[in-house]
Design a protein around this ligand. Sequence first.
Ligand code: SF4
Length: 265
Amino acid sequence: LPNFLRFIGVTKDARTAGPGRRLELFTKGCIRGVINPCQGCFNEETWTFEGQYREMRIEEVVKMIDRDAWNRQVTFCGGEPILQAKGITKVAKRLKEIDPSFHIIMYTAYKLDTLMKYGLRFVWVPKYGEAMLDSLKRFTRNWSHNADNTRYEFELLSPEDVKELMTYIDIIVDGDYQQDKRLTQHETMHDGGFIGSSNQRVIFCDLTLDKGELQYLPPQIYNYGLEHHCKCCGHQIHARITYCNDLCEKRYNKRVKDMELIGVM
Ligand code: SF4
């Protein structure tokens, strides 16, 4: 369990889902989106567990990615991919068996250190809707309910499941999207700048597993760090200045602090 993944869509050659051009897969369903969505979420159609989606068996997903990811760059976003992490683990494992050069990124709104410590548990009550209940039951066998079926407890992932996922995913971008910490001024993220708000972190899974503590990129690496671009938002600016304006400077400094800079990888 499970032997399938649910998507609402796939984009080829996406430039806002990690370094390079990537095959980006949008998973269906976000518990947070249903209950208390992130303000400014750009992907509302992925929230609900009802409505249209495509359910594909693991082997079908693997074949599709092997066919369409011409440069072996793949990103799972959503929605909330962590809900389907067991299926994604199977896909990523199989892809790396086919070709170890696959580079795989996954986004999640949950903090990775918390997931590694506690796994992922969730309580369902009727106001969240039957469709969510049905989906959660299909994502895991580990659940129980009270006598009158008005409260279900799910263990979607154990800490071991999270570590297995990290064995096959190269980078996890964690943290929810927080509009007041938005990094870019464009409607869409600029090429190469693939996190939306400064609280999110770009975490190397293999190094983190090796070292036993989070290893992640300092922001100046993934947000250009080039001359003639604002250090914060990436906009092209005059060569003599560093930021577009005071707001960008403030955002950048806050972001460095938020990211708890640990050194250049
Ligand atoms: S930003 Fe992500 S986690 Fe937040 S509501 Fe949207 S899809 Fe869900």
